[in-house]
Design a protein around this ligand. Structure first.
Ligand code: ADP
Ligand code: MG
Ligand code: ZN
Length: 565
């Protein structure tokens, strides 16, 4: 690489100029459209795909940042089909490569591969085809090791390049180049050779998770002087984000998880991510004991068992896979309704990626993480040898610890995305809290209009759906725990949305709840009501001591796990 090259900002292409690439009046546009339908059997492009393809077809170097499952592969597969010669695709895992080859075969696109498990004969044949102008393949998949270690491959590519047959280079999971990324792979560091040897071939780097600084690093490593970067929004609008606290002393998160799976996610497909192989076995066994159709999955199982679990889950014969992060790349099940983390991820990027396996079909799905104090240090010792491992872990801790920022805003900030709070639409536990609070006020209001007086206990029961059937029909009930419900009522009292209504008899004084002085403000759409909520599965003892501390600091906080109907 020429280290004097300016790095960073990419070429001076204005937004206006970039807009041009969303058009379909290029010389290749008709062919693209036709192959999209006929070969790939897709009716239309998804956001950013056409722009990325047009830029790449125009010979521009490009970094495409797009969440997993949105269709990055099409952005080099379709150009490959519409170009002379072949496209070189670098991909990190043999399993990913095989998935793609199988898919391409199924749609009659010719592709070949070279990796550590290729036989000698196969490798020989592929290498010979590289320089054969009549060879029909459109894509050559290789692992980065091959580029780094096979001189023969490089010299054949050189020949193909000189003959004008190397039409494009795609580097999948491009963040693997950078030590600052979450999945650094040493062989990726050597891929700069591609752009040095084949400077005229457009390069397309693809990733689901790379921040600006990681991309800058990749740009340097790959020796692409001025790539254009296209970034799709990270906001997965259909995912509901939630954090639940886990008590390190008496962890009953597995009971909580099994209750969720049996009630809220009855007959729905999901993943429970755990910290270790041992946890995968024990949590899976515990869930099975509680009647959940679960199976463990981790790297230490034999390959047949792994693929059997994967297959059974993919065909809904297993409801839940209890897995380490080994259950990851290559998972392409659209109807995953929940991804529960029994232990926090090692970084927010990892969490985004793992939880992002939920709701690929764009229908609502939940991402719940259990946050326990001890887990921070279990993970900390695991990532101790990783570059910036601790720093990254703390981004995840911050996501969980946060009680007053929208979960999405925390994620967005992390991905350098400009965030507008409206973008959540109450699809995270923090943003949904005001609606919960409003529900309680409405119950008290309804009682008032019926000339009924409700004690705090009656309000609690009414909201939890334990009141008379007649009333249940008229209100929005909740699945929050009693502790949470009590905390919310307390907060409403503190904030003046509810107030005390005493009633005196000769023998005793009754306490009822009525609307507080601030209640009318709630009629105003733009009035916002807030509360900081601390979620836990604390037992009675710890609650009282913690409550005391909170009272001392006069903070409006609540206890218990937020859940939703
Ligand atoms: P990524 O690499 O971004 O994780 P993939 O390229 O593997 O995603 O694509 C994920 C899924 O989306 C695939 O099943 C693919 O067929 C599908 N897909 C891609 N583009 C489109 C499109 N324009 N319309 C419908 N489905 C698409
Ligand atoms: Mg991909
Ligand atoms: Zn939110």
């Amino acid at each position: 690489c020429d280290s004097t090259q300016p790095s960073g900002s990419g070429p001076a292409m204005t937004k206006q100029e970039l807009l041009r690439y969303e058009n379909d009046d290029f010389s290749w546009s008709t062919e693209l459209e036709q192959n999209l339908k006929d070969v790939f059997q897709l009716s239309k492009f998804r956001p950013l795909q056409l722009k990325a393809i047009n830029l790449s077809m125009s010979g521009k170097d490009l970094f495409l940042v797009m969440p997993t499952g949105r269709g990055k592969s099409l952005c080099y597969q379709l150009p490959a089909v519409c170009s002379e010669g072949f496209t070189l695709v670098v991909t990190p895992l043999v399993s990913l490569m095989e998935d793609q080859l199988m898919y391409l075969k199924s749609i009659d696109v010719e592709a070949v591969s070279l990796n550590a498990s290729s036989s000698k004969e196969h490798a020989k044949m592929v290498l010979a085809e590289l320089t054969d102008s009549k060879a029909p393949f459109k894509l050559l998949y290789v692992t980065p090791e091959k580029i780094a270690k096979s001189k023969l491959l490089m010299s054949r590519l050189e020949k193909a390049y000189n003959a004008g047959r190397l039409s494009r280079i795609a580097v999948d999971e491009v963040h693997c180049c950078s030590q600052w990324g979450h999945d650094f792979r040493p062989d990726y560091k050597l891929l700069g050779i591609l752009k040095r040897q084949f400077p005229k071939v457009p390069l397309l780097g693809l990733t689901a998770t790379a921040t600006g600084s990681v991309l800058k690093d990749c740009q340097k490593i790959l020796c692409v002087p001025e790539p254009i970067t296209l970034t799709a929004s990270f906001n997965r609008t259909n995912l509901y984000y939630e954090v639940r606290l886990k008590d390190s002393n008496s962890d009953d998160s597995v009971s909580d998880i099994s209750a969720l799976i049996k009630e809220r996610y009855k007959d729905q497909s999901g993943i429970v991510y755990v910290f270790s192989q041992k946890d995968a076995e024990t949590v899976s066994a515990d869930l099975q004991k509680k009647g959940v159709n679960a199976s463990p999955y981790h790297a230490n199982m034999n390959p047949e068992d792994k693929s059997q679990v994967h297959r059974k889950w993919a065909t809904n014969k297993i409801q839940v896979v209890v897995a380490t992060v080994a259950f990851g790349m290559g998972i392409d099940k659209a109807d995953v309704r929940f991804v529960i983390h029994h232990t926090i991820s090692k970084s927010i990027e990892n969490y985004y990626q793992e939880s992002g396996r939920a709701g690929r079909d764009d229908k609502p799905a939940d991402c719940i993480v259990y946050f326990g104090f001890n887990d921070i240090f279990r993970i900390s010792t695991m990532v101790v040898m990783e570059n910036v491992g601790q720093q990254k872990l703390l981004t995840m801790v911050d996501y969980c610890q946060n009680v007053d920022r929208c979960r999405r805003s925390v994620i967005a900030v992390h991905f350098d995305e400009v965030w507008d709070d409206e973008g959540c639409n109450e699809m995270c536990d923090v943003c949904r809290l005001p609606s919960f609070m409003l529900n309680v006020v409405q119950i008290v209001e309804l009682a008032g209009s019926l000339d009924e007086k409700l004690t705090p206990l009656k309000v609690t029961e009414a909201w939890m759906g334990k009141g008379p059937a007649k009333r249940r029909k008229m209100i929005q009930t909740t699945t929050l725990s009693r502790l949470e419900v009590e905390a919310i009522i307390t907060s409403l009292l503190l904030q003046g949305y509810l107030s005390e209504d005493f009633s005196f008899t000769p023998y005793t004084t009754y306490f009822y709840l009525k609307l507080g002085g601030k209640a009318p403000l709630l009629k105003n759409q733009s009035h916002s009501i807030t509360m900081k909520m601390r979620r836990t599965g604390l037992d009675a003892n710890t609650v009282s001591t913690t409550q005391q501390t909170v009272q001392e600091s006069f903070r409006q906080e609540a206890f218990g796990c937020i859940s939703r109907d």
